[in-house]
Design a protein around this ligand. Structure first.
Ligand SMILES: Nc1ncnc2c1ncn2[C@@H]1O[C@H](COP(=O)(O)OP(=O)(O)OP(=O)(O)O)[C@@H](O)[C@H]1O
Length: 250
């Protein structure tokens, strides 16, 4: 499989504190790749370096064969690297369909998409409904987002990210705060997304990680401890030590 995303010696230091140190990783096209590690390991920092939320102290990010280290966030989204954001107040007051139409319109550079007639928006509505179908949200299309259960609101956030047509989707604890019955369902929907979307996710629930990831990278203290398949990671004594050590301190 070819690589869609690669980091080379990626580092982020705040003064003397090294949140990410010399991270060299490869993400394969179509992967379902989990990033795990104890609290403060540097997982969110790594995602922020990928999206361009802040510049690295050293190292490079290559995306789809291109060095994107210096690119601003919106340019990375245009190229196809997107993360989810929490639905803001504007989106929460719209229906699910309206929200996705807005995101599709934004991608296409259309303004005031909600003022256009239905006939004018047929292509966008078809695209939005297809997207909602993939996320099992088609029955909720006309529901105001804030009235949905929390788990479905997280799915709407993913729908909005998918409306940008990402090649890589970055998910930072997509199931955080969701009851466990709903979170497994959420992950099942995420895992079933088309393979043209590569998914990199941070998740603390090891049950979900081992069920849905095909590859796992373990970060500890801002560095890569190891990576491998779930079968390899589950028997790695260094990983056990990190998590057992954490459990003992809780
Ligand atoms: N803007 C910042 N300035 C200084 N230190 C920061 C900043 N952002 C994060 N850190 C520190 O970097 C370390 C790594 O944080 P990060 O959020 O990346 O870890 P994490 O692995 O995502 O943790 P968690 O699992 O708890 O979300 C933490 O000690 C954090 O306090």
């Amino acid at each position: 499989m070819s690589s869609i995303l690669r980091t080379e010696g990626l580092s982020k230091h705040w003064g003397a504190f090294k949140a990410n140190s010399d991270i060299t990783l490869n993400f394969e096209d179509g992967a379902r790749h989990a990033l795990i590690g104890p609290n403060g390991a540097g997982k969110t920092t790594f995602i922020n370096l990928l999206t361009g939320s802040f510049p690295p102290s050293a190292g490079k990010v290559h995306f789809a064969g291109r060095d994107i280290t210096g690119l601003p966030q919106h340019e990375r989204v245009k190229l196809g690297m997107t993360r989810t954001f929490q639905i803001n107040t504007l989106f929460a007051g719209l229906t699910v369909l309206e929200s996705v139409l807005l995101a599709i319109g934004e991608r296409k550079g259309q303004q005031y998409v909600w003022h256009r007639t239905v006939a004018n928006q047929k292509a966008e509505i078809d695209e939005a409904m297809e997207l909602l179908g993939k996320l099992r949200l088609e029955r909720d299309a006309d529901t105001v987002t804030r009235n949905l259960p929390y788990g479905k609101q997280r799915l709407v956030e993913i729908a909005l990210a998918l409306a940008t047509k990402p090649k890589v989707l970055l998910l930072d604890e997509p199931a955080a705060g969701i009851p466990s019955a709903e979170s497994a369902e959420l992950f099942a929907v995420i895992a079933a997304l088309p393979r043209e979307v590569t998914i990199l996710f941070i998740e603390h629930d090891m049950g979900l990680v081992f069920r849905f990831a095909e590859k796992i990278t373990v970060l500890v203290g801002g560095k890569v401890l190891t990576e491998g398949t779930p079968a390899e990671i589950s028997v790695d004594p260094r990983v056990k030590e990190v998590y057992l050590g954490e459990a003992e301190h809780e």
